[in-house]
Design a protein around this ligand. Structure first.
Ligand SMILES: Nc1ncnc2c1ncn2[C@@H]1O[C@H](COP(=O)(O)OP(=O)(O)OP(=O)(O)O)[C@@H](O)[C@H]1O
Ligand SMILES: [Mg+2]
Length: 75
């Protein structure tokens, strides 16, 4: 089963497409950031997906924004 979630926000810098799944990683610098958050959300998503035998990836859209793809194996 595949679930995709897309937005039309600024997207994710290329260099960060894998790092955003690390514990407490945030793209914006802690001193200058304008968005809230702790950086734990996507790392938990990755851990839960892997615990279920699945995976999660991030990619930028052709237009604005990014898409997060969740994959689960067939049971
Ligand atoms: N939809 C998105 N568009 C652009 N950047 C994103 C998006 N989702 C996450 N990011 C970037 O990835 C980083 C990690 O996301 P993550 O969800 O792990 O943490 P967070 O949103 O900062 O905090 P929280 O723990 O509250 O979810 C974010 O800080 C942000 O820099
Ligand atoms: Mg988050």
């Amino acid at each position: 089963m595949t679930v995709t979630v897309a937005d039309t926000r600024p997207g994710i810098p290329r260099h960060a497409l894998k790092k955003i799944f690390d514990d407490f990683y945030r793209v914006e610098d802690a001193l200058t950031r304008t968005t809230g958050g702790t950086g734990i959300g996507l790392s938990l998503v990755k851990k839960f997906m892997q615990a279920m035998g699945g995976s999660v990836t991030a990619a930028n859209n052709t237009g604005p924004g990014c898409t997060i793809t969740l994959r689960l194996p067939k049971f």
